[in-house]
Design a protein around this ligand. Sequence first.
Ligand code: PA5
Length: 445
Amino acid sequence: MIRLETRFASSFVSTRELEPFLSTAETARLTLHSADGKGNEYLGWLNLPKKESDSEIERIIQSAERLRAVSETVVIIGIGGSYLGSRAILEAVLPYFKKNSRGNPEILFAGHHLESRYYFELVEYLQDRDFSINVISKSGTTTEPAIAFRILWDLLVKKYGSGAAKRVVATTDVSKGALKSFADAEGFETFTIPDDVGGRYSVLTPVGLFPLAAAGLPIRDFIFGFRNILSDLHENKDPFSNPATRYAALRNYFLSTGRIVEILANFNPSLHFVSEWWKQLFGESEGKENRGIFPASMDFTTDLHSLGQYVQEGKRILFETVLSPSSNRSDLILNSTRENLDSLNFLTGNTIGHVNEQARLGTLLAHADGGVPCLEVVFPDITLSSLGALFYFFEYACAISGYCLGVNPFDQPGVEAYKKNMFSLLDKPGFEKEGAALRKRILGN
Ligand code: PA5
């Protein structure tokens, strides 16, 4: 179902060179399963696909249907792991050009940044539309989604009065956090995130599933994808043929040869946010203790006309992993014209998909010739079940790769630094002294 193709990377690593990395990766995989590695209190995601209960799935679908029936827009509020998974899947599978109505609402996102203009325009836009909210925060205390919810809850109350609470579904911790207290006080329907599942591994919980259901997607297909690949990955003890173990080994080998940046590339713009999700997964899991591969992303062929120059001829610190679906949902054939004014008649009878595939192969050859090893992650198509398998593949590989690096792939201590400074500069109670010190530093006296 998921295949790791290495034909454009094989000249960069010999079997003998990869061997110790494969062996470390298999040890890391076993550590994951024996639950005696770092961060072992956050391994709930590992067997989650087998644990999702039918009644919980049904409740998600029913509750989403309830919002869909009364909404032209559903706003999903969340950031990081409480945002990127659902956004990635929705962007990948929904039509590019969508028509929306009550009963088939559009999905908008908020709470993933702090730009004032966005919120100003969002409030203006929602003023005359029937809307509902799914607010997601595991901790229930993250500032960005809390601010977005404060603004949109205010609008909801103004529009619907005592009916506002019925238009909110909250996804949060089972017992703690400000969002949980808010939900209890106002009587929102709630879904919970298991304690042992961290944000960036939570796409298969209501964090990811509710927004998909709100968009009217068959979430069981997505769950099926996870279930379908789980045993293949768990049971394959051969680190060469297990694509997740091999991917983890290759990444760490490339890192050991000075390739400190991995580019996740695609030739399908609908996969742009899959890369965003992947960047968070690997960036937060591995980038710590002065270690880790920097996860970057590019959308081809668009970026071949910008960053492609660097990839081809810049500093040789890169390797590339290309998301490669084997088939297209739809295609167009190029016709001939009598005048051939654009000189494209040589393409007559070819599909755009065929042209894109030749661009893909040509790019991989060129990048490999230019000194950039290229891996391909091959999956059948851009459907919910294939994406479910792809997401689990990356989660599993990321945990293994993090253990190979020797870090805890399940914490993110570095995220606190900017928050502390922001709270200090905003004079949050308890941070006043730090605020004064920071202002002094900023002003330079
Ligand atoms: O992966 C993570 O744990 C983080 O990216 C969180 O998902 C993100 O910080 C949002 O946190 P929360 O869901 O608690 O609001």
